[in-house]
Design a protein around this ligand. Structure first.
Ligand code: MN
Ligand code: MN
Ligand code: CO
Length: 273
């Protein structure tokens, strides 16, 4: 029985709906959940220029205090109905580890939960791309990388680097949507079999004692139609006894717990933190 949704965005996200945090809380309660983690996109490093065409990949740096305060107020207000955790989905961006750690060192003590994700990749010409922004942007990235194969390789390479990165004592220990590079797989088919890399990544996650974000958002993406990671990979994670933490990656209140019935066969757990 599913008891919570542990990957949730809010009105502080610049690319989602404007639903306020309380609307997500009420929807979670309505769904019968007892747990909810807010994991807003942490502000990007100050010296990093958001490559997404909408410049809307993350929350505004100036809104962090308001986000945390609003979350804490809801935590107290709804404490008898819902255990609310407040945290961030933190971008791992190669080359910006120091600034990322500075953010974590500053706010980590206030974080109850967290996810580490790779959305930003640097092409050989040094330009960065936000690979989950749109199908068109993904295509542009593939061109700049010199093809889909290089783009996929870079993604898994960066994912490995994210797991290995030293980001201080508040580094999130849950790996977000580990197959995000497949978001547009129906338009840009997987160029090769990456099961070796994926298996290595799962073993690294196991070795580090990290968790996997089992993320249903991909299912409703028209060019993905699959959860992140795929059922076959989840099976491999189960064999390794890696904790599986469910998340809808909601960017609107109505998506809380969306498609969680697809996860009913898996041994899901609460975040450890
Ligand atoms: Mn998002
Ligand atoms: Mn994400
Ligand atoms: Co997310």
């Amino acid at each position: 029985m599913m008891i919570g949704d542990f990957h949730v965005h809010t009105q502080y996200c610049q690319h989602g709906a404007n639903d306020r945090m309380e609307a997500y809380v009420l929807q979670a309660i309505k769904k019968g959940f007892t747990h909810l983690s807010f994991t807003e996109h942490a502000p990007l490093p100050e010296s990093f220029i958001d490559p997404a065409p909408g410049r809307d990949s993350a929350m505004d740096r100036n809104a962090v205090e308001a986000y945390v305060m609003e979350g804490k107020a809801l935590q107290a207000q709804y404490k008898n109905d819902l255990q609310i955790k407040i945290g961030f989905e933190v971008d791992y961006i190669r080359g910006f580890e120091q600034e990322t750690q500075t953010f974590l060192d500053t706010y980590g003590a206030e974080m109850d939960d967290g996810i580490l994700s790779v959305h930003m990749l640097q092409a050989p010409n040094e330009a960065y791309f936000c690979i989950d922004y749109s199908k068109e942007e993904f295509g542009r990235a593939a061109d700049e990388f010199g093809g889909l194969l290089s783009l996929y390789k870079a993604y898994y390479d960066n994912l490995i680097a994210s797991i290995e990165a030293e980001l201080g004592s508040f580094k999130p220990s849950r790996i977000g949507h580990m197959t995000l590079v497949q978001k547009f797989q129906l338009a840009y088919p997987q160029p090769a079999d990456f099961s070796k890399e994926q298996q290595y990544i799962l073993e690294l996650i196991k070795e580090k004692g990290y968790e996997l974000d089992v993320n249903t958002a991909g299912l409703s993406k028209p060019f993905c139609k699959e959860i992140y990671p795929s059922p076959q990979l989840i099976e491999k994670a189960v064999q390794l006894d890696i904790p599986l933490v469910p998340g809808s990656d909601s960017h609107a209140a109505s998506s809380i717990g969306k498609a969680f019935e697809e996860l009913s066969a898996y041994p899901l757990t609460l975040p450890r933190k």
